[in-house]
Write a protein that binds this ligand. Structure first.
Ligand code: 3PG
Ligand code: MG
Length: 398
């Protein structure tokens, strides 16, 4: 796999470089257009700065959200171009389309050391199409813009999309520093984790995490389960979970995972349950055998946080993906905070996998440098640990 350093060594002054970035940042729900966590934009800065400072004409492309293959103002990257310009300390030109007239004109007018951001890739049907020819036709248009391709969108390498998979087949291609670093860390954690190895999983659905649980069970010493997904496991143990999130069709799968795990899957012993999904809702801590029928669990309770923290304390390797509760709402943030703080204290190597857990670290104001590595990819890091081939990485290796 060739890297950005190889490209810089070859010289890029005056050359056009297409950079696939993952600028799929979260926005503040109460303030439209305001980015709530710009971690993904900051993560790609070293690549953009290196190319800009080497005199390249930099064309940045990303997706944002999941628009349906046509322009949709709710998913414009315009606010991200502004933010990126602030972070870079130099203006970022924004094209109001991806491969249309505006993009073509602005690509053509790029000066050496200038950075251009194209509008959302997913405004074009070809980006996510399952049809190779349709994806290929869109990739042809993107590839025409540049002399070289750099992928630094680790968060999207698990997607077989035109900008991730097909453009690198059409241009000399290089892995950006972020992709190199992410793959190196995940390889280390999945191939040679130092024991005790503790994995912490949260988030809403067991079904999303099933493959990774199956892949990790043989390797881990403890698998701590919190978040919405813990209720299906608790139900499988015979507890009533009230109105908490439940995937009824997964109960028997959870029961067999618990059996296979032979005590290594650790579940909460208490939860914070509320009358509604709201920060103002009446809420209290309940033992898991006493969750009222009319309440829903929105965080793990204090005893569980302590239990999880003590399991984490002795670990040499920790991988964490998924919040323990609805951390965005203050009454339900303590579990995620407690677990995150415990992870920062280990005498070992910790990896925070992904979108939501990485955002939680920053939203809760935790010290980012206290973690071994904070991944920019949620789905991508999980699929890596599952042992799947990541199309974006495979394309760079070809
Ligand atoms: C993410 O947020 O997980 C990545 O940006 C990929 O987005 P996607 O799940 O919509 O493909
Ligand atoms: Mg995702």
């Amino acid at each position: 796999m060739k890297t950005l350093d190889d490209l810089l060594g070859e010289g890029v002054s005056g050359r056009r470089v297409f950079v696939r970035a993952d600028l799929n940042v979260p926005f503040d729900k109460a303030n439209p257009g305001v980015i709530s966590d710009d971690g993904r934009a900051r993560a790609v800065l070293p690549t953009l700065i290196a190319l800009r400072d080497a005199g390249a004409r930099v064309i940045v492309a990303s997706h944002l959200g999941r628009p349906k293959g046509a322009p949709d103002p709710a998913f414009t990257l315009a606010p991200v171009a502004t933010r990126l310009g602030e972070l870079l300390g130099s203006a970022v030109v924004f094209a109001s389309d991806t491969v249309g007239e505006d993009a073509q004109a602005k690509v053509g007018a790029l000066a050496d050391g200038e950075v251009l951001l194209l509008e959302n890739l997913r405004f074009n049907k070809g980006e996510t199409s399952k049809d190779d020819a349709e994806r290929g036709a869109f990739a042809d248009q993107l590839a025409k813009f540049a002399d070289f391709y750099v992928d630094d969108a680790f968060g999207a390498v698990h997607r077989k999309h035109a900008s991730v998979y097909d453009v690198p087949a059409r241009l000399p291609h290089y892995a950006g520093g972020l992709v190199v670093k992410e793959v190196e860390v995940l390889r280390k954690v999945s191939e040679t984790p130092e024991n005790p190895y503790v994995v912490v999983l949260g988030g809403s659905k067991v079904s999303d995490k099933l493959a990774v649980i199956q892949a990790l069970l043989p390797k881990v010493d403890k698998l701590l389960v919190g978040g919405g997904m813990c209720f299906t496991f608790l139900k499988a143990q015979g507890h009533e979970v009230g109105k908490s999130l439940l995937e009824a069709e997964m109960i028997s799968t959870c029961a067999s995972l618990l059996e296979q795990a032979d005590g290594r899957i650790v579940l909460p012993v208490d939860v914070v349950a509320a009358t509604a999904f709201s920060a103002d809702a009446d809420h209290a801590v309940y033992d898991i055998s006493e969750i009222p029928a009319d309440r829903l669990g929105l965080d793990i309770g204090p005893k569980s946080t302590e239990l999880f923290a003590s399991a984490i304390a002795g670990a040499k390797t920790v991988f964490w993906n998924g919040p323990m509760g609805v951390f965005e709402l203050a009454p339900f943030a303590a579990g995620t905070r407690g677990v995150a703080e415990a992870i920062t204290k280990i005498d070992g190597f910790s990896v925070v996998g992904g979108g939501d857990s990485a955002a939680a670290v920053r939203t809760l104001g935790l010290d980012e440098t206290a973690f071994g590595h904070i991944s920019t990819g949620g789905g991508a890091s999980l699929e890596y640990l599952e042992g799947k081939t990541l199309p974006g990485v495979a394309a760079l290796e070809k």
